[in-house]
Write a protein that binds this ligand. Structure first.
Ligand SMILES: [Zn+2]
Length: 386
């Protein structure tokens, strides 16, 4: 049984641990080195791109007993407290739940007092875009005349919601989506240290599924390690990530086009029994139907397909039985049914419902067929001549 790795243990602790944000790390370290610090920083970017981790590392760099230093020691009381989230002088505020003007007034009161022990008082305000307008105005007053030794590090996933007045008083850093290759490298490092037996292909799948978020990659990795035995291969990883094999997609789609409720239902129950997450199944099946449209209508497909498939000839039977218009209607049901699926309290029923709707389509005459039938009835001569 593989050991359990917790994503928590692998949170980056120093600037060099940060994955995929090299430019930002260097800029912040240089600001410390050359004493060119701002009082307000705004970290913007996707969730999981390292904003909060960077904020904590920067806080350590500012408040380390040896600091301000580009390389916090990680050993002093201040570094340790920041790591554990219980520093008196580094205050983390979740703006999502503290977004009122009173919360910010309270904060303005607090910033007037000196740091309890450390060099600086640092406020990390997460999801800062959630502040109310009046709270932003109150915050602005503090940013306009920041007390010495007070720093604000604000983080947001929605930059467009930040007022221009706040933007103009902050130094802004844009956190990019972390490339899968960088996530892969980091997971490989962890695997080495934790002595986990996992194939490179399996790591690749995790890195891709994390969609640019290191945090998601680590928590997926945790799930995979917890659920697997001695050796982890693609076979163990696929169901956990909700990745669905070609054969399952073919079975579902053949069930739909051959009007076989039984085949659809048995495939779904097979997927459930083999531990698949149905949200992943829904996404994979939607991508698959979208890709069938590509395969039906486009000659050079390699760049346009969402998924990589084993052998494209396995789809020939399906493609022979459907028209381009059929596939568009199927995709329409899947895309518009996604909300229904996600809201279903039992995901299995949600998925089944959407597939039943696809089966129903088969029985409905397409509108254009109806119109042309009607036309041939009303204008038999025209039809003959046309
Ligand atoms: Zn330190």
């Amino acid at each position: 049984m593989a050991t359990k790795v917790t994503a928590l243990n692998w949170r980056p602790q120093t600037f060099s641990d940060l994955v995929g944000q090299g430019v930002i790390s260097t800029t912040l370290q240089n600001a410390i080195r050359h004493d060119r610090l701002h009082h307000a920083y705004l970290f913007a970017g996707l969730r999981g791109s390292g904003k909060t981790s960077t904020a904590r590392i920067f806080a350590k760099a500012l408040n380390c007993e040896k600091g301000p230093t580009p390389e916090p020691c990680l050993k002093c009381a201040s570094c340790k407290e920041i790591r554990d989230g219980n520093s008196m002088d580094v205050i983390e505020i979740d703006a999502a739940s503290n977004n009122s003007v009173d919360n910010i007034r309270e904060l303005r009161e607090m910033v007037r007092y000196n740091a309890a022990r450390d060099k600086n008082k640092i406020y990390i305000i997460d999801e800062v875009h959630m502040l109310s307008t009046s709270a932003f105005n109150a915050l602005l007053k503090t940013l306009e005349e920041p007390p010495p030794n007070v720093f604000f590090i604000m983080a947001t996933t929605e930059l467009h919601k930040i007022p221009a007045t706040i933007l103009s008083r902050s130094q802004q850093f844009d956190f990019k989506q972390i490339p899968a290759s960088e996530i892969e490298k980091r997971v490989e490092e962890i695997v080495k240290v934790e002595k986990i037996n996992i194939t490179k292909e399996a790591i690749g799948l995790i890195a891709t599924a994390a969609k640019g978020s290191m945090r998601d990659a680590l928590s997926l990795f945790d799930q995979v390690v917890a659920a697997s035995g001695e050796e982890i291969t693609v076979l163990e990883v696929e169901p956990i990530l909700g990745l669905v094999k070609d054969i399952h997609l073919v079975n579902l789609m053949e069930g739909v086009v051959t009007d076989s409720v039984e085949r659809v239902l048995t495939t779904i129950s097979e997927l459930i029994n083999s531990g698949h997450d149905l949200k992943g199944v829904y996404d994979s099946f939607t991508s698959f139907v979208r890709d069938l449209i590509v395969l039906k209508s486009v000659t050079h497909t390699s760049e346009i397909l969402v998924r990589q498939y084993g052998d494209p000839s396995q789809f020939k039977d399906i493609l022979d039985q459907v028209t381009h218009a059929d596939l568009v209607r199927y995709l329409n049901v899947l895309v518009s049914g996604e909300q229904v699926f996600r809201q279903a309290s039992v995901p299995q029923y949600g998925l089944e419902l959407v597939l039943f709707k696809m089966l129903e389509l088969k029985k409905l005459q397409p509108l254009e067929t109806l119109i042309s039938d009607l036309q041939s009835l009303s204008f038999p001569d025209q039809k003959k001549n046309g």
